[in-house]
Write a new protein. Structure first.
Length: 53
């Protein structure tokens, strides 16, 4: 692995944690709800065998 290979993922994790601590609980729940809906749609599309562009 390169010397600086893990800098960007660690920096992204720190920024995400900071953003979560600055958000209200309602906004976090809305985001999690969107994530769940997207995951269900992704599963359905993969299950049905349809290909995306």
């Amino acid at each position: 692995m390169q010397k600086w290979g893990s800098v960007i993922p660690v920096l992204a994790a720190v920024v995400n944690i900071w953003l979560l601590t600055q958000s209200s609980l309602e906004k976090v729940f809305w985001g999690l709800g969107g994530l769940v809906v997207g995951a269900v749609l992704y599963y359905i599309m993969n299950r049905s065998g349809k290909q995306t562009a």
